[in-house]
Structure formats: C-alpha cells, structure tokens
Write a new protein. Structure first.
Length: 226
C-alpha cells in the first residue's frame, strides 16, 4: 500500500511540475516574441495601420467607462488624432443591459472622433475573440492594439499568430484597483491563448465580413443585430 501511495504522489508531483513548466514556458514565449512590438505613440503613428483596435473592459452601471477602459480610449483617441489610422474598432462584450462597445463609441464621439470612423464589435467576448474578429470579420491586416502593457503581450501574440501585422501602444496612465488579480489571471490567460492561436480556434461568434472602407455607423446595425 505504501508503494502505491508513493507512486501516486510521484505522479501528482510530476503532473504539477509539468503544468508549471508549460505555464512558465508559454508565458515566456508569448512575452519574448511580442515585447519588441510594443511601441510609442509616435512610432505607431508612422506604422500606416488599417485601424486602431481597442480592447474592451468594464463599464459602470451608469454606462461610463471604468478607469482602466477610459485610459485605453484616451490613448486610442490620441492615436486617431495623430493620424495613426482613420478607423477605430471598439471591441467588447454586449449582453442584455450591458454594452461595452456602445459606451466606448459614445465616449470617443464625445471627445471629437467622427461617429462613422468608429466600428463596434459586439462579440469581443475576450482578447482572442477580439483579435480573431478584427482579422477575420473586419479584415484588418495592419493594426494598432491599445490596452495596458500587461495585456498587450497576449493580444499581440494572437495578432501575429492569426496573420495580422500589429503593434501595440500601452495605456498605462494610472494604477488600477485589482491589478494584482489582473496580473495573476493574465498568466493563465496567456497559456490558454497560446494554445488557441496554435489551433487557430474560431472566435465564439464569426459574422459576415464588415469592410473598414465603409461607415462605422452603417455596420452597427449589422453587428448589434447578429
């Protein structure tokens, strides 16, 4: 019986070590292969991008961007005003009574971005879905991704793995409540997305193509009515 217990314990330890190695290895690879794609606003402005992709985050019950989302939007607006791209994709989660992309668009419009320059992606349920849909629904080939640095590595890894030429501009303007949680969660998320990219997994929802050459306003009805 003791021999069986020892064998089982050794197996459990081996599995735990293997899991830790996989997580550590995939995180190191994701960060190492994308860190040079994180650039300044000035460098991004010279990148000749098709669009700026803003990754969604929480909105408040009063339909205002949370602090972390507002910083992403402010950076995207600054890039747009600098001429980095003529189109912005606001990607996030939409469900009954909750709508990230519409709040994101309204905020940008209130800051002077033309409404027809903004496309809403209502099925950006997670980072991988956002990047997959930017490439495969909106047809983006060269994109500037905007989010906080800790999040950019994973988004850029998905972009390059899905055939998109992308750079990232960080929006680290403040310290955020719960950052320790975000950092820990990101470790597992990088590993998960590493394997999703490897398998080229389709996004949760894949809609008919939307042309970035058209009006963002015209695409809203199609996207929101998916």
């Amino acid at each position: 019986m003791l021999r069986v217990v020892k064998s089982m314990l050794a197996f459990v330890v081996a599995v735990v070590l293997l899991f830790a190695l996989v997580v550590a290895g995939t995180n190191a690879y994701v960060i190492g292969t994308t860190k040079d794609r994180i650039v300044s606003e000035g460098d991004a402005a010279a990148f000749a991008a098709d669009c700026i992709v803003v990754l969604g985050a929480a909105v408040t019950p009063s339909e205002e961007p949370s602090g972390i989302l507002e910083d992403r939007l402010d950076e995207a607006i600054s890039l747009y005003q600098a001429g980095a791209a003529s189109k912005i994709i606001m990607s996030g989660n939409q469900e009954p009574g909750y709508d990230e992309p519409s709040v994101m668009k309204e905020y940008a419009v209130s800051c002077g971005v033309p409404s027809d320059a903004i496309f809403c992606d209502y099925a950006g349920f997670n980072t991988y879905d956002t990047i997959y849909r930017a490439a495969n629904v909106f047809g983006a080939q060269r994109a500037i991704v905007v989010t906080q640095t800790y999040h950019l590595y994973r988004a850029l890894y998905a972009a390059q793995g899905l055939g998109m030429d992308a750079v990232g501009v960080p929006s680290d303007f403040h310290e955020y409540d719960g950052q320790e949680y975000y950092d820990v969660r990101e470790i597992g998320a990088r590993t998960k997305d590493f394997f999703q990219v490897l398998a080229k997994t389709p996004a949760t929802e894949v809609d008919a193509p939307v042309s970035l050459d058209g009006s963002g306003d015209a695409s809203d009805a199609q996207m929101s009515g998916r």
